[in-house]
Write a protein that binds this ligand. Structure first.
Ligand SMILES: Cc1ncc(COP(=O)(O)O)c(C=O)c1O
Length: 385
């Protein structure tokens, strides 16, 4: 049971449903952003992000900055690469396109390695591309929320370290952090950007990222100034280090109440340590299998061309012949469930998306997953008639 006001069950690929305690944590009386209790809370948030990313490297650094996931693209584009330098974008959908656009805005020379819709670039192609030019960064959208395609960031990072070791490995983890495994140090990653409102399960409003010592050294040794004021890692790094070591610091006012909610969300995810995080991934994989088995059992096709490259926190599903989103989504709404339509430009009207992340998966007593699995067959039957 939830103590929240009655509302439509929102099973989109973020923002997701909240746990009651996360939502309640946000309703915190005002507190100075430099006051001891808040500093201590922020410190715990930054430390728990190290646990979430399985990172033991004291020189790596978490960043929590007011903003949405998109701010992470601006941070990467304005800090880790300079105008005129090369970026290789592995394109698995709409969000990879947008990341490429953002890099271009700051003057990076962007090459995109595009997979056919629902697929992902192969390791051989990636290796060949990396050998063709000096790339300052490679970007990988871990889960492209437009296609539900999961990239193998561990294998890609191995290729990068083998053939182009100076290239920084940058991951868009907006739709993966908290649901897909990310072993930051072991996999040799340099920057993962994310946001509060998806699998982490906190309200929208925080850009969350994790940077390697190598990424931070790259920013420090730029030939040109960081191309942003608010998004400057040079300005934020000392602030994050201070907060993490329980000292107040100021560059720009943090989103205090959002940080309280994030603190509770991360407490729930990380307080059981690494084994509990691994278990959380398994629970999401199991839930994802249930959803995907159900849709495939109904004769529907996933946008991801194979199950082993499909994300575990969401499913993108092609509509059956003759059924439109304008039939299906209002049907769900009548049953008080909100699903998402398509967003990939080339197939937007041909598919829909279901989010299955966070509390909707980890707290079965809420009945969210059961509800959607029961409604899906009815919805498809009704939309076909
Ligand atoms: C993979 C991915 N990257 C980036 C973003 C942008 O995040 P935001 O909408 O929080 O700015 C999204 C949003 O859904 C996303 O799914």
């Amino acid at each position: 049971m939830s103590s929240q006001a009655e509302h439509d069950l929102t099973l989109i690929p973020g923002p997701i449903e909240f746990d009651d305690q996360v939502l309640n944590a946000m309703s915190h009386p005002t507190v100075a952003h430099t006051a001891k209790p808040f500093v201590s809370t922020f410190s715990q948030v930054l430390k728990s992000l190290r646990t979430l990313f399985f990172s033991k490297d004291p020189k790596a650094q978490a960043f929590v900055i007011a903003g949405s996931g998109t701010l992470g693209w601006d941070i990467v584009s304005s800090n880790l690469i300079e105008a005129g330098e090369n970026a290789l974008v592995l394109n698995t959908g709409y969000f990879s396109d947008s990341f490429a656009d953002c890099l271009g805005v700051y003057g990076a020379k962007v090459d995109q390695l595009r997979a056919p819709i629902g697929d992902r670039p192969g390791l051989n192609e990636i290796e060949a591309a990396l050998k063709s030019k000096n790339y300052k960064i490679i970007t990988i959208t871990h889960v492209d929320t437009s296609t539900g395609v999961l990239s193998d960031i561990k294998a890609i990072s191995e290729v990068v370290h083998k053939v182009s070791p100076d290239t920084l490995v940058v991951v868009d983890g907006v739709c993966s952090v908290g649901v897909e495994e990310i072993r930051f140090d072991d996999w040799g990653l340099d920057f993962v950007l994310s946001a509060s409102q998806k699998a982490i399960g906190a309200p929208a409003g925080l850009s969350i990222s994790f940077a390697s010592a190598r990424a931070l050294a790259t920013v420090e040794s730029r030939k040109t100034p960081v191309a942003s004021y608010f998004a400057s890692l040079l300005r934020w790094a000392p602030i994050m280090r201070a907060y993490e070591s329980d000292k107040p610091a100021y560059f720009a006012t943090p989103a205090v109440q959002n940080v309280y909610a994030l603190h509770e969300a991360l407490r729930q995810i990380t307080s059981g340590g690494e084994s509990a995080i691994v278990e959380r991934f398994k629970v999401h994989q199991h839930a994802s299998d249930r959803v995907k088995d159900t849709v495939e059992g109904l004769g529907l096709k996933l946008v991801a061309v194979r199950r082993d490259i499909a994300a575990h926190g969401m499913s993108a599903v092609y509509l059956p012949e003759g059924v439109q989103n304008t039939d299906l989504l209002p049907w769900f709404l009548k049953h008080k469930v909100v699903l998402a339509g398509g967003i990939h430009k080339e197939i937007a009207t041909k598919y829909f998306r279901i989010g299955h992340m966070g509390v909707s998966v980890t707290n079965p007593s809420l009945g969210h997953l059961d509800k959607i699995l029961t409604l899906l067959p009815e919805a498809i039957k009704s939309a076909k008639n």
